[in-house]
Design a protein around this ligand. Structure first.
Ligand code: PGA
Length: 253
């Protein structure tokens, strides 16, 4: 089953205008030089930079995404951004359910499912994030947590064409720690089974499941070469052109 590798940069709340433009231009330039044609590159800057980054990557194959959205199309939601607005701006993807939003903004599985459904309705692809905390891992609950999050936050409208799952152990995000390759492979295989039980075997076989959490140039190859790992969601290392593109270069052919 060939699934196109996706290397996605989650810039989080980083970069002001000029540095953000330089970073995006750097990624676009390096991507043009890359010999790989089978790897999708996505950058997800903060909302404030979307318009500028859209211009900065014009003419390249680098894709644009956002880090969150509201579920409503429009209306009285001060400070929120609708998926239709993101689509209008040229976004192709939106991340929903990142652990920082689940924690800092108390986002529930039900809310994340609503956001994902709304994003799909607007014609965006969604990257739905799941993953266990350290306490849950130590209690042997990793697969159970992933199952609950997939069952609760993946909408019925999800298919392999419009949805990507990102497995991000919360304890690995920004810490420099990662699970072992065999742990990642075990969880990813389990995630694919859970997707099959929710969305059917055909979708599960074709749906991309990314790994995220301290993916760096030095560990990318061992993580990205795993059979059920179809790319990465990269935070810290996506803020440096060389690191981000080295991760892309390490992904499987
Ligand atoms: P990190 O973040 O690569 O800095 O660990 C990943 C993420 O939170 O998406």
């Amino acid at each position: 089953m060939v699934r196109k590798t996706l290397i996605a940069g989650n810039w989080k709340m980083n970069e002001l205008l000029s540095d953000g433009i330089a970073l995006a231009k750097g990624v676009a330039e390096e991507n043009k030089k890359a010999t790989r044609k089978d790897c999708e590159i996505l950058i997800c800057p903060p909302f404030t930079l979307l318009m500028a980054i859209k211009k900065a990557i014009r003419g390249s194959k680098v894709m644009l995404g956002a880090q969150d959205c509201h579920f409503a199309e429009k209306g009285a939601h001060t400070g929120d951004i609708s998926p239709e607005m993101l689509k209008d701006l040229g976004c192709q993807y939106v991340i929903v359910g990142h652990s920082e939003r689940r924690t800092n903004h108390k986002e529930s599985n039900a809310l994340i499912a609503k956001k994902a459904e709304a994003a799909i309705r607007a014609g965006l692809k969604v990257i739905i994030c799941i993953g266990e905390t350290e306490a849950e891992k130590n209690a042997g609950k990793t697969i159970e947590v992933c199952r609950n999050q997939i069952m609760g936050s993946v909408p019925t409208a999800s298919t392999a064409a419009n949805t990507v799952i990102a497995y991000e152990p919360v304890w690995a995000i920004g810490t420099g720690r990662t699970p072992t390759a065999s742990e990642v492979e075990e969880v990813h295989a389990a995630i694919r089974q859970i997707i099959a039980s929710k969305l059917g075997r055909a979708n599960a076989n074709k749906m991309r499941v990314l790994y995220g959490g301290s993916m760096k140039p030095n560990n990318a190859k061992s993580l990205l070469s795993l059979a059920d790992v179809d790319g990465g969601l990269i935070g810290g290392a996506s803020l440096k052109v060389a690191d981000f593109m080295a991760i892309a270069a390490a992904s499987k052919q």
